[in-house]
Design a protein around this ligand. Structure first.
Ligand SMILES: Nc1nc2c(c(=O)[nH]1)N[C@@H](CNc1ccc(C(=O)N[C@@H](CCC(=O)N[C@@H](CCC(=O)N[C@@H](CCC(=O)O)C(=O)O)C(=O)O)C(=O)O)cc1)CN2
Ligand SMILES: [Zn+2]
Length: 761
C-alpha cells in the first residue's frame, strides 16, 4: 500500500458548465436520446476521474455521479421503490426519472417521491419509501458499471456507497421498524452482494458513507449499526472498507468503532472540530487509516495551511503518520467546479478562493507540506500564511460598532400581535380565507433570455426594464382575472431570491459560473459574502411600486430575509455568522422601511432557509435560533402596526420548533404542509404561535394540475384543524420552476376552491 495518500470524498457531477443539467433536461424534453445522454455522461465521468488523477488523488471516488440524486440511485440499487412504480414496464432509467419527477398519463397519476434537505446543505435528496413489503435485492449495476468505466481508462476508483444506517434512517418508514433484525438482514444480504461484486471486479477500497453518525444517536441506532457492520465486515475479504462520516463529529459512537473491523475511518475536522478532542481523549486504533477531512467541501475560501497542519501534526501524536490520509471534509459537490471561469473576478479577491479543482491542488500541497519537516520554509506555506494574515487584517470593519449598538427594543415590534392584527384587518379589509401566492411566477424562457441578453450587452437596461414591466403588467392582470386577493409582482427581475440580493448589496462577490446542484437538474449560484454588507440603494421598491400602481388590490412586497441570504451564500469563516446576519438584517430593514414609505401595506420577508444551518445536535439549537430569530426581527421591528408582515418557509419539518417560530412575531406565515400530511396543523394548535397561517394547498414542485375538489377538501380539513379566522389560501412555495400552463390552471382552481368554501360558510 502506498503511503502519503490523498482522498476525495466526492466530486461535483454537474460538469464545469452544468452540462449534465442541460443533457438531462433535454432528455426529459425528448430532445436528446437515451444513448446520447448515457454516452455524454460517460465522457463527463471520465473527465472528472482524469482531473483527479492528474492532481495526484489516490482515492478517487466513483458512483458519486448521478443523473438526479445518489440517494435515489441507492434506493434503486437495493430495490426500495414503491410498488406503483415497479410495474410501469419502463426501462430502469425512465422508472428512475418517474420516481424523481412523478408520472402522469390519462389513467395513472404517480406522485414524485418527496425531497428533503441533505443535512445543513442546500442540496436536497429524494426520500425513498420503505414498508414491510419492501423486498431488498440487488437491482442495479450502476456502481459496478462506473467502476469498470474508470478501470477502462486505467483508474481504479474507490466506489462510494450510502451506508445502511443512513439509508434506513433517512428513508420514509411506513408500518415497519428498521431496528428489527428480520427486516434489516435482507438489506445486509444486498450489501454483502455489493461487496462480492466489487471483489470480483478487483476493487481495493470501498467508501461507505454514514453521515447520520454525526447526529444524536439512540441506543437502538448504535445497536443496529454495530450488528449490521459486524456481520458485513466479516464478509469483506480483501476489500478495504472506509467508514466515511462528514458534517460533524461522531461522539456517540466513536469508541464503539474501535471494535469493528473497518480499515479506515473518515472524519470531518472542519464541521466536526470535536473529532480531534475524541482522538485526544480516546486515542485511535493502530493499523487503521484515518481519512482526515481538512479541506472544506462546503465553502469556497482557501484552506489555511497553518491551521490544517496544526491539526495534522496533532493527529500524528495519536496516529502513525503513514496512516493519515489527507482528505476533503465532505464531498466537493457543495462547491462550484473551478475558478478558471471567473475571468472577471478581481485577483485581489480571487486569491482567497478555492473551488473544487483548486481544492484538489490544496490537498496535494498539504500532503507535501505534511511530509516536509521544514514546511514552514516552503514557499506554498509562506504564501498561504501571508494570505491569511492579510485576510485577518481586513476583518469586517463596521461590524462591532453597528452590532454592539443594537438595543433590545431594536428587535421588538409594537404593539403586540393581537392589537396589530385588528388594525390590519380594518385597513386591508380582506375576505375570509384570503388567497395569495408566495411571490415568484414562472420564470419562462423569455425571462431568462432577456436577462442573459442584458448581461451580454445585447440589450440595454432600458429594454430589459421595459420587458420586466410588461411581465409585471401581464401577471397583475392575470392575478386579477383569477381573482386572487393579495397580488405579487412575480419576481421576474430576480435570477434567484438570494443571488439577486447579493448582486444588489455591497459586500458580495458574484461569480460567473459558480454553480452548485440544489436538487435534480436545478442549480444555484450562491453569492460570496466577502466584506461589510451595505445597501447601496433601494433594491425592490421600483418594481413593486409599479405593480401596485396597476391595481386597486394590495400588492405584497417580497424580500429575502437575512438568515436565508446568509445560509444560501458562502460566508467567510473568520467572522461570526451572527454578526453577518445582523448586518444583512440592517440592510433588509432599510428596504422594508422604504417599501412601507411607498405605501406597500403587506411585506413578505422570506425565511425559507431559517433553520437550514440549525446545528445537527440538539444541544446547540438554542444559541443558533436565538440569533437567527433576532436577525429576522431586526428587519421589521420598526414598521407601523398597520403594515402586515408575512414570512414564508418552504418546509414544515419544524414541528418541534414552533414555539421558536412563534418568537418571530410575524403577522402571517406561509409554509409547506400537504406533503407532510398536515401533522404540522396539530402542532400549530398546541404551540404558542399566534400568527395567521397559510399552509400551502398544493405542491409547486409537481407539474400536475391540481383539481379544485382536491384543494377544497384540504381547505375544509384545515378549517377543522385550525379554524377559519387565521387561515390563508396559497401554494406551498413560489411558482418559478413551473410552466405557465401548469401553474395558471392550478391557481385558478385554488381560488375557486377558496370561493366555494367561503360561499358555503
Ligand atoms: N438559492 C436558492 N436556494 C434554494 C431555493 C431557491 O430558490 N434559491 N429554493 C429551494 C429549491 N432549490 C431551487 C434551486 C434552484 C432553482 C432554479 O430554478 N434554478 C435555475 C437557475 C436559476 C438562475 O439563476 N437563473 C439565472 C441564469 C439562468 C441560466 O441558466 N441562463 C442561461 C441562459 C438562458 C438563455 O439565454 O435562455 C445560461 O447561463 O446558460 C437567470 O434567471 O438569470 C436552474 O437550475 O435552472 C429552483 C429551486 C431551496 N434552495
Ligand atoms: Zn419556498
Amino acid at each position: 500500500m502506498k503511503f502519503d495518500m490523498i482522498s476525495v470524498v466526492g466530486f461535483p457531477r454537474i460538469g464545469e458548465n452544468r452540462e449534465l443539467k442541460k443533457w438531462v433536461e433535454s432528455y426529459l424534453d425528448k430532445k436528446l436520446s437515451k444513448e446520447q445522454l448515457i454516452q455524454n455522461s460517460k465522457e463527463l465521468k471520465k473527465k472528472h476521474w482524469q482531473i483527479q488523477k492528474e492532481h495526484g488523488i489516490d482515492l478517487i471516488p466513483s458512483n458519486d455521479f448521478s443523473f438526479y440524486d445518489t440517494f435515489l440511485d441507492h434506493a434503486m440499487l437495493v430495490n426500495a421503490i414503491p410498488a406503483g412504480y415497479k410495474n410501469l414496464g419502463k426501462e430502469e432509467l425512465d422508472t428512475y426519472f418517474a420516481l424523481a419527477k412523478g408520472y402522469q398519463t390519462q389513467n395513472l397519476d404517480l406522485k414524485a417521491l418527496p425531497m428533503k434537505k441533505w443535512f445543513f446543505t442546500n442540496y436536497h435528496y429524494i426520500v425513498p419509501e420503505i414498508t414491510s413489503d419492501t423486498e431488498f435485492k440487488l437491482s442495479s449495476t450502476k456502481p459496478f458499471d462506473e467502476f469498470e468505466e474508470a478501470l477502462s481508462i486505467g483508474i481504479k476508483t474507490k466506489p462510494v456507497i450510502i451506508g445502511a444506517l443512513t439509508f434506513l434512517k433517512l428513508a420514509k418508514k411506513i408500518d415497519v421498524s428498521i431496528y428489527e433484525k428480520a427486516f434489516w438482514v435482507n438489506l445486509l444480504s444486498v450489501y454483502i452482494q455489493i461487496l462480492d461484486r466489487f471483489k470480483t471486479l478487483g476493487a481495493e477500497f470501498i467508501q461507505i458513507d454514514e453521515p447520520v453518525l454525526v447526529t444524536d444517536l439512540t441506543q437502538a441506532d448504535i445497536e443496529l449499526f454495530d450488528n449490521f457492520y459486524r456481520q458485513l465486515l466479516s464478509q469483506k475479504g480483501n476489500l478495504k472498507i472506509i467508514l466515511q462520516t462528514y458534517f460533524g463529529d461522531i461522539r456517540d459512537i466513536y469508541e464503539k468503532l474501535f471494535t469493528l473491523d473497518f480499515d479506515a475511518i473518515g472524519l470531518d475536522f472542519v464541521d466536526g472540530k470535536y473529532n480531534l478532542e475524541l482522538i485526544k481523549k480516546f486515542g485511535y486504533p493502530r493499523g487503521k487509516l484515518l481519512i482526515a477531512g481538512i479541506v472544506n467541501g462546503r465553502n469556497v475560501f482557501k484552506n489555511s495551511y497553518k491551521e490544517s497542519l496544526e491539526i495534522l501534526n496533532t493527529l500524528s501524536n495519536y496516529v502513525d503518520k503513514k496512516d493519515i490520509v489527507i482528505s476533503t471534509s465532505c464531498s466537493l459537490m457543495f462547491v462550484p467546479y473551478s475558478l478558471k471561469f471567473e475571468t472577471q473576478l478581481d485577483s485581489s479577491k480571487k486569491k482567497y478562493l478555492a473551488f473544487a479543482e483548486e481544492k484538489l491542488k490544496e490537498l496535494n500541497e498539504l500532503n507535501i507540506l505534511f511530509n516536509d519537516k521544514n514546511y514552514t520554509q516552503n514557499s506554498s506555506y509562506i504564501y498561504n500564511t501571508q494570505l491569511f494574515e492579510e485576510m485577518k487584517a481586513n476583518k469586517f470593519s463596521d461590524i462591532n460598532t453597528v452590532v454592539n449598538n443594537l438595543r433590545d427594543d431594536d428587535f421588538e415590534r409594537k404593539p403586540c400581535f393581537e392589537e396589530r392584527i385588528k388594525i390590519q384587518k380594518d385597513v386591508l379589509k380582506l375576505p375570509k380565507l384570503p388567497t395569495t401566492t408566495i411571490g415568484s411566477f414562472p420564470q419562462t424562457p423569455d425571462v431568462r433570455k432577456a436577462r442573459s441578453e442584458l448581461k451580454n450587452g445585447r440589450i440595454t437596461f432600458e429594454e430589459y426594464d421595459k420587458f420586466i414591466k410588461q411581465k409585471i403588467e401581464n401577471v397583475i392582470k392575470l392575478q386579477e382575472e383569477i381573482g386572487l386577493d393579495v397580488l405579487v409582482h412575480g419576481e421576474y427581475e430576480r435570477n434567484d431570491m438570494v443571488e439577486f440580493f447579493g448582486e444588489n448589496l455591497e459586500g458580495f462577490i458574484i461569480t460567473k459560473n459558480g454553480w452548485v446542484q440544489s436538487y435534480g437538474t436545478r442549480c444555484v449560484k450562491p453569492p460570496i459574502i466577502f466584506s461589510d454588507i451595505k445597501r447601496k440603494r433601494p433594491i425592490t421598491v421600483e418594481y413593486i411600486k409599479y405593480a401596485q400602481s396597476l391595481t386597486a388590490k394590495p400588492v405584497k412586497g417580497i424580500l429575502t430575509g437575512p438568515v436565508t441570504i446568509l445560509n444560501w451564500s458562502f460566508v467567510r469563516e473568520d467572522i461570526p455568522l451572527k454578526d453577518v446576519a445582523f448586518q444583512l438584517a440592517l440592510a433588509i430593514k432599510e428596504e422594508v422601511l422604504d417599501l412601507e414609505k411607498e405605501g406597500v401595506k403587506i411585506i413578505q420577508i422570506d425565511e425559507a432557509a431559517l433553520i437550514e444551518k440549525l446545528p445537527l445536535r440538539k444541544a446547540y439549537h438554542k444559541d443558533y435560533l436565538d440569533w437567527a430569530i433576532k436577525a429576522f426581527k431586526l428587519t421589521c421591528s420598526k414598521v407601523k402596526p398597520e403594515t402586515q408582515i408575512h414570512t414564508h418557509m418552504c418546509y414544515s419539518n419544524f414541528d418541534d420548533l414552533l414555539d421558536e417560530i412563534a418568537r418571530m412575531d410575524v403577522d402571517v406565515i406561509t409554509f409547506e404542509a400537504a406533503k407532510s400530511d398536515f401533522t404540522i396543523l396539530d402542532s400549530i394548535k398546541k404551540s404558542n404561535l399566534k400568527s395567521e397561517v397559510g399552509p400551502g394547498v398544493f405542491d409547486v414542485h409537481s407539474p400536475r394540475i391540481v383539481p379544485k375538489e382536491e384543494m377544497k377538501d384540504l381547505i375544509l380539513k384545515m378549517i377543522e384543524k385550525i379554524g377559519l379566522d387565521r387561515l390563508w389560501i396559497n401554494p406551498d412555495c413560489g411558482l418559478k420552476t413551473r410552466k405557465e400552463e401548469e401553474a395558471f390552471p392550478t391557481l385558478h382552481n385554488m381560488v375557486l376552491a377558496a370561493w366555494e368554501v367561503r360561499n358555503n360558510l
